[in-house]
Design a binder for this molecule. Structure first.
Ligand SMILES: Nc1ncnc2c1ncn2[C@@H]1O[C@H](COP(=O)(O)OP(=O)(O)O)[C@@H](O)[C@H]1O
Ligand SMILES: CC(=O)OP(=O)(O)O
Ligand SMILES: [Mg+2]
Length: 432
């Protein structure tokens, strides 16, 4: 038996899936188990461990007593739990796929070696909530499973062919080139998964697919996909730009940070209290970790925000409630990109696709976006489907009353499966 472990270090969670390789060409690896540790940003973390063959999850909802306080300790907790599972022989894990958000110039997955590890480490400043935590998990996995090959898969790779005028910032081009200061874009493993399954769902060739996809989770982005290629994405040099997120400000005027505190020069100095794998300046720390929903409402949980928000009145009347304000800010920023990408695609859009923890679970968010874009020829939302989505089978679900126009779809994205598929299909390459 040959097993593939796929590990996805998101900003607020660690999602892990174990697959068995299927020795048949073009067959996806089959799921053995999934595990997740969520709310790492706002403890206590929640731990889940679910065998594919059963529906019963091992859950510890109150993990206050468990020593999980970052991605490394979350992974250790998973490994401890795996050891107690007599049905799994961890010696059979031959490959470990790691989601690494920033790959810089890497446009293909790479096997982890001294050299590639240090390359990813150097990029940590450009993905302060992601690359450092992913590296800590890579290190822990090499120690715990020394016979398995660790492979890094990059979120930025999906956007490697962005048009020059989209990826270029209007700054000195000598400096931009020398320091790699350009738009990279992220959530690429999720967009690759979305592209594949939505094309399948629509019976379209992947190379002919035109969609506006949004991945709205703790980190949030929108991507324009034309003829199967990313032509624009709301995240940029780092995952900070574009939409706000759980703890991220999203786009602000770049000079805002100089006016945020009175002793502005000190904002730009390094904060020695941060771990050695996460070198962020105080300014970056404020915009990446002390902003977003957390700053606006006190919670990083968008589910809690929609529960407390008053969404019955028009957006301009109800903003004394911070949760209502946070909700309308997210909708406003998403619409900004949906509008722009609708034009970038010249109106030739097969579907708007909702994905990521928030967009897959918030009927309120989907309703607000659907109402706003309806006049552009998108299908009107089918409320019966929108409200009962959690109980519906399927990876791609139509939530619009399709009448031949543009569709509204929800895609249950799976970055772990995307990595495992790619790893499995190139097994000989990785074994060489
Ligand atoms: N019922 C819900 N409605 C809206 N948002 C939700 C709901 N449940 C969870 N969420 C949001 O989903 C987020 C997790 O999204 P996910 O994409 O899994 O995160 P990550 O970015 O860490 O991968 C949570 O932080 C929470 O804000
Ligand atoms: C790129 C990014 O923001 O990822 P996540 O949503 O998993 O934090
Ligand atoms: Mg994620």
């Amino acid at each position: 038996m040959s097993l593939i472990l796929a590990v996805n270090a998101g900003s607020s969670s660690l999602k892990i899936s174990l697959y068995q390789r299927v020795r048949q060409e073009a067959k996806a690896p089959s799921l053995v188990l999934t595990s997740s540790i969520s709310s790492i940003l706002s403890p206590p973390a929640q731990f889940k461990f679910i065998h594919a063959s059963t529906t019963t999850a091992v859950k510890h909802s109150n993990t206050a007593e468990l020593p999980i306080h970052d991605h490394e300790t979350a992974f250790d907790h998973f490994l401890d739990h795996l050891k107690t599972d007599t049905s799994i022989d961890s010696g059979e894990i031959k490959h470990i796929c790691h989601r690494v958000v920033h790959g810089g110039d890497y446009t293909d997955p790479v096997s982890i070696s001294e050299e590639t590890y240090h390359h990813i480490e150097k990029l940590s400043d450009l993905a302060p909530l992601h690359n450092g935590p992913a590296l800590s998990v890579i290190k822990a996995s090499i120690k715990a499973l020394p016979n398995a090959r660790s492979i890094a898969f990059f979120d930025s790779a999906f956007h490697k062919d962005l048009p020059r005028h989209v990826s270029t910032y209007a700054i000195d081009q000598g400096i931009a080139k020398e320091r790699g200061l350009r738009k990279y874009g992220f959530h690429g493993l999720s967009y690759a998964f979305i592209k594949r399954v939505v094309a399948q769902h629509l019976h379209k060739d992947r190379g002919a697919l035109n969609i506006i996809a949004m991945h709205i989770g703790s980190g949030a982005s929108v991507c324009a996909i034309r003829a199967g290629q990313s032509i624009d994405v709301s995240m940029g040099l780092t995952p900070l730009s574009g939409l706000p997120g759980a703890t991220r400000a999203g786009d602000v005027d770049a000079s805002l940070i100089f006016h945020y505190a009175s002793q502005s020069p000190s904002l730009m100095s390094h904060n020695p209290s941060l771990s050695k794998e996460v070198h962020v300046t105080q300014a970056e720390d404020i915009l990446n970790s002390q902003a977003g929903w957390k700053a606006l409402t006190g919670t990083t949980d968008f589910g809690e925000i929609t529960k407390k928000a008053d969404l019955s009145a028009p957006s301009s009347f109800t903003q004394d409630n911070p949760c209502t304000l946070a909700f309308h800010i997210l909708v406003d920023r998403i619409l900004h990109y949906v509008g722009a990408y609708h034009l970038a695609l010249r109106g030739r859009v097969d579907a708007i696709v909702f994905a990521g923890g928030v967009a897959e679970q918030s009927e309120e968010l989907r309703r607000a976006i659907a109402e706003a874009v309806n006049h552009l020829g998108y299908a009107a939302i089918d409320e019966r489907v929108n409200k009962t989505l959690d109980n519906r089978e399927g990876i791609v679900i139509n939530i619009g009353k399709y009448d031949g126009g543009k569709r509204m779809l929800v895609c249950r994205t799976d970055e772990q499966l995307e990595m495992a598929r790619e790893c499995s299909s190139a097994e000989e390459f990785w074994n060489a």
